[in-house]
Design a protein around this ligand. Structure first.
Ligand code: ZN
Length: 420
């Protein structure tokens, strides 16, 4: 017994010493502190703050020796911002007062009942959130008539953005019944702007066409209403922490250089405003080639089980969680299935886009979703994080991924017919 134990324990120990030299608390602190600093002003899309963050991540990827795609670490794509300048809506010959929301990247909109728009409605007493989400995600141009009890949501619907290249025109009009005749015209100011993910690659030695992704979103909410004199939403935990982990893992694997599969490190933009970064990213390669995705979200605080633990969303949807757990046997660290199932976390982060294509794509997090005191608040600052524990989590993720990176283990695919 003893002999076998020693044989097993020695390589583990050797690996432990090395990893402790590369994934250090001081590096975690350096990267995390910059990403969450006031200088970056909450990393909101289309602001100088998020550009600074992107440049910083690029420079770190360069230092680590990751490969670029098309000469850059920035994976840029167009997005649209629109602002309604004026509109009129006539419903069954009655001109309506401002009770219209327009989600569109068209500068001129002229529609009536003969325009071929899909017609939808949300009736009194129906679930507004679910129905509005379904209508907003429609692939075809749609006009939806809302019962007057939902008129209060019009400003929130109007404030949608940024919009994607393929955004179809969606119009919400307050009218208690679906009219037989309607006419909506509007003019908008539409701007085409760039957003960028930051992506670095470490080619695999023997299986270069099989990818393993490590990701986190580097955007956050920007500047909001001051709370106790602080108006910057630093997003130290959400998700400077996950982004820091991605950068540390990049450094670690680049030093080791023994990855048999290709590793892709991605910092996503615009997660908070609709998951646009990961949506664009997921279309740049064949999802069948992605063997696993480790999406890292909010790993800076202690989980509900205390130190040295984290949870995996969608745990039962592939065998990835079991593989990660197996690779940590004998360590102090434990992965648990997501305990906040009612919160739909699996569908709420950047792993979802790839999971919907069948990729074993999960989010690893420690956030106590029922009681995290600084979640989406200006108080989400570095001082509230446990950087020692966070460093241990990053190491545990690195160790847990070992057999996937070497090609020894391949998680089962997500059964997309069972997804919501
Ligand atoms: Zn987040």
């Amino acid at each position: 017994m003893k002999k076998i134990f020693l044989l097993l324990a020695l390589p583990l120990l050797a690996q432990a010493q090395k990893i402790d030299k590369i994934i250090t608390r001081s590096e975690t602190e350096r990267i995390e502190t910059y990403l969450a600093s006031d200088e970056l002003a909450g990393r909101k899309p289309f602001t100088p703050g998020i550009e600074k963050a992107a440049n910083f991540i690029s420079a770190e990827f360069e230092k680590a020796g990751l490969q670029k795609t098309n000469g850059s670490y920035l994976q840029s794509f167009p997005m649209y911002q629109s602002k309604v300048l004026n509109f009129t809506a006539i419903v069954d010959d009655v001109t309506l007062c401002p009770a219209v929301a327009i989600i569109s990247k068209e500068a001129n909109i002229q529609i009536d009942e003969k325009s071929g728009f899909e017609v939808a409605s949300i009736k009194e007493g129906e679930n507004f959130g679910q129905n509005a989400y379904r209508i907003m995600s429609a692939k075809k141009p749609t006009i939806a008539f809302l019962h007057e009890s939902f008129a209060k949501y019009i400003p929130r619907l109007s404030g949608r953005g940024p919009l994607r290249e393929n955004q179809s025109t969606i119009i919400f009009v307050v009218a208690n019944t679906i009219p037989t005749k309607f006419k909506v015209s509007a003019t908008q100011q539409v701007e085409k702007l760039q957003l960028s993910n930051v992506v670095g690659i470490l080619p695999g030695k023997s299986r270069p066409n099989e990818y393993v992704i490590f990701s986190g979103h580097y955007d956050h909410l920007g500047i909001g209403k001051p709370v106790a004199g602080d108006s910057i939403y630093n997003g130290a935990n959400d998700d400077a922490a996950g982004t820091t982990a991605v950068m540390m893992l990049a450094k670690y694997y680049a030093k080791k250089r023994n990855n048999q599969r290709t590793l892709i490190f991605a910092a996503f933009t615009a997660e908070e405003s609709g998951g646009h970064g990961s949506a664009y990213f997921s279309k740049q390669f064949n999802p069948d080639q992605v063997m696993a995705m480790f999406n890292l979200e909010m790993i800076g605080t202690e989980s509900k089980w205390g130190k040295n633990s984290a949870y995996i969303t969608g745990y039962e949807k592939s065998s990835m969680g079991e593989i990660l757990k197996k690779n940590l046997v004998g360590s102090q660290f434990t992965f648990y299935p997501d305990p906040y199932l009612d919160q739909n976390l699996f569908y709420r982060s950047d792993n979802a886009t790839l999971a919907e294509l069948g990729v074993p794509a999960h989010t690893i997090s420690t956030s106590k979703m029922d009681s995290e005191p600084n979640y989406h608040k200006a108080s989400d600052e570095v001082q509230t994080l446990d950087l020692d524990n966070m460093t241990e989590i990053i190491k545990a993720i690195a160790k847990s991924a070992t057999s996937i990176i070497s090609g020894q283990d391949t998680p089962s695919r997500v059964d997309t017919t069972k997804l919501k």
